[in-house]
Design a protein around this ligand. Structure first.
Ligand SMILES: Cc1ncc(COP(=O)(O)O)c(C=O)c1O
Length: 483
């Protein structure tokens, strides 16, 4: 027998660090997991504000489940359907599931567009949908442009197993991180100079982590850019129903049907899931919706690797087909998100902390750049350590979203109850008050002074910080796909 070390025995994927799990970023998750906040049992524990979960409307879902016992096949009322559902394994999915999802996607987009149920392809969450799309559109070494800051999980979902590259499109705070034609051209040209073949552009609308939406003009310019370059456009619209105030969400599906737009629709693909809009990340309901027949066919075959369980399909089709419930849920969800956003951002503003103006998402994009002694990512890391270990909030630093400017933090606000949010706000405020000599009050708004900061920073430095916050921490196999 030849002597092979572990690396020779296994594949490059198995032995490489492409998934990015072993990053110091998981200090935040570990800090939370080893000391989770509970208002009676552990009131000084770490509050989890790194999870983009939508937990504000679960009472409505629970009520629906109690009122519709037939939809669950493990109930007296539903058991007659158990056998048929349990043996169903067609990768096209249950017809009623595809119909219900198509209808739901239309509703979320104000019924201004229609979706063909035959183009609905299932995947294991949007995570699986992104990988499927990457496999369908690009070969190893080819690239997608992605405006930064972007959801860190993309590095895993689109790159890890496919060998595809992601190239940043630099967006800046000076224009509220808008995706401009100039930035797109610059990223494209840079790739060309480096001899990298760009196969597509990936946008997230509404944005994670910004909580902003792409306006009609920007979407039109994006469509004309990808058509001119003859590259694909992948639109992640998984936060579509989290828009809680004006301006309204505009889907790419609306733009490509506009009269004055010239678009090769073979280039357009939507990624969707029920993880955010319905708050069901555990159900792993992901959707690839492509306007390209070949992509639909290939993605459907690939969906064998990430089918949504037929039991889930059955339940979801019943739930999403209930128009009264869906309308009430969507309306109530945006009302509650709006309220949460208002209370939280106002609370921060009272102590001089501002956030990027946003109207969607399950988080705010908090600006702490004035708290950095120097505008560097090392300083951002140090401040982040203080926030986790002293203020005891697990928020996510901008560098994990590949943000081009230090000092931004994503703070999730919809994965906790009102009381926990109040505790989080109180902690931030008292942290500010304890350091109040650092706060300057400029002519109009309060803000942070950028010098003389007396914080107890950890000596630890992070040199590898390209991680998704959504991977499991090493000791915790249950924490599989956090968002
Ligand atoms: C923009 C974006 N895309 C995709 C995902 C993955 O979603 P899913 O849970 O459906 O796999 C997330 C999760 O946070 C996300 O924020």
């Amino acid at each position: 027998m030849t002597n092979k070390n572990q690396h020779q025995l296994l594949s490059k994927i198995a032995t490489g660090n492409g998934h990015g799990e072993n990053s110091p970023y998981f200090d935040g998750w570990k800090a939370y997991d080893s000391d989770p906040f509970h208002y009676t049992k552990n009131p000084h524990g770490v509050i989890q504000m790194g999870l983009a979960e939508n937990q504000l409307c679960f009472n409505l879902v629970q009520d629906w489940i109690l009122d519709n016992p037939k939809a669950s096949i493990c109930t007296v009322e539903g058991v007659d359907e158990f056998k048929d559902i349990a043996i169903f394994q067609d990768y096209h999915g249950l017809p009623e599931f595809r119909n219900a999802v198509a209808k739901f996607m239309e509703k979320v987009r104000g019924n201004r567009v229609t979706f063909d149920p035959d183009r609905i392809v299932m995947s294991g969450g949007a995570t699986g949908a992104h990988e499927t799309i990457a496999f369908c559109l690009a070969d190893p070494g080819e690239a997608f442009l992605v405006p930064v800051p972007y959801y860190p999980g993309f590095d895993r979902d689109l790159r890890w197993r496919t060998g595809v590259q992601l190239l940043p499109v630099t967006c800046e705070s000076s224009n509220n991180f808008k995706v401009t034609r100039k930035a797109l051209e610059a990223a494209y040209e840079k790739a060309q100079k480096e001899n990298i073949t760009v196969k597509g552009l990936l946008i997230t609308n509404p944005s994670n982590p910004l909580g902003t939406i792409l306006d009609r003009e920007t979407l039109r310019s994006v469509v004309s850019f990808i058509n001119e370059k003859n590259i694909h456009l992948v639109c992640d619209e998984i936060y579509a129903a989290t828009v809680f105030s004006q301006p309204a969400f505009v889907s790419i599906s609306e733009i490509i049907t506009e009269d004055n737009i010239e678009c090769n629709t073979d280039l357009i693909h939507i990624v969707y899931s029920l993880s955010k809009d319905m708050g069901f990340p555990g159900f792993r309901v992901g959707i690839v919706y492509s306007y390209n027949d070949d992509v639909v066919n290939c993605a459907r075959k690939m969906s064998s690797f990430g089918l949504v369980s037929s039991q889930t399909q059955h339940l979801i089709s019943a739930m999403l087909s209930d128009d009264v419930f869906v309308e009430r849920f969507l309306a109530e969800s945006s009302t509650r998100l709006a309220m949460r956003h208002k209370v939280f951002t106002r609370g921060l503003a009272q102590v001089g902390i501002s956030c990027l103006k946003s109207n969607a998402g399950l988080f705010v994009w908090m600006d702490l750049h004035r708290l950095l002694k120097e505008q560097t990512f090392d300083e951002e890391m140090d401040l982040w350590q203080v926030i986790i270990h002293k203020v005891k909030l697990n928020v996510s630093p901008g560098s994990s979203f590949h943000c081009a400017e230090p000092g931004w933090f994503r703070v999730c606000i919809a994965n906790m109850d009102d009381h926990t949010m109040e505790v989080a706000l109180t902690r931030i405020r008292s942290f500010v008050m304890q350091n109040k000599e650092l706060v300057v009050v400029p002519t109009k708004k309060k803000c942070w002074q950028d010098h003389n900061l007396r914080l107890s920073f950890s000596a630890r430095r992070f040199d590898d910080f390209m991680m998704s916050p959504h991977s499991p921490i090493p000791q915790s196999p249950l924490v599989q796909a956090r968002t």
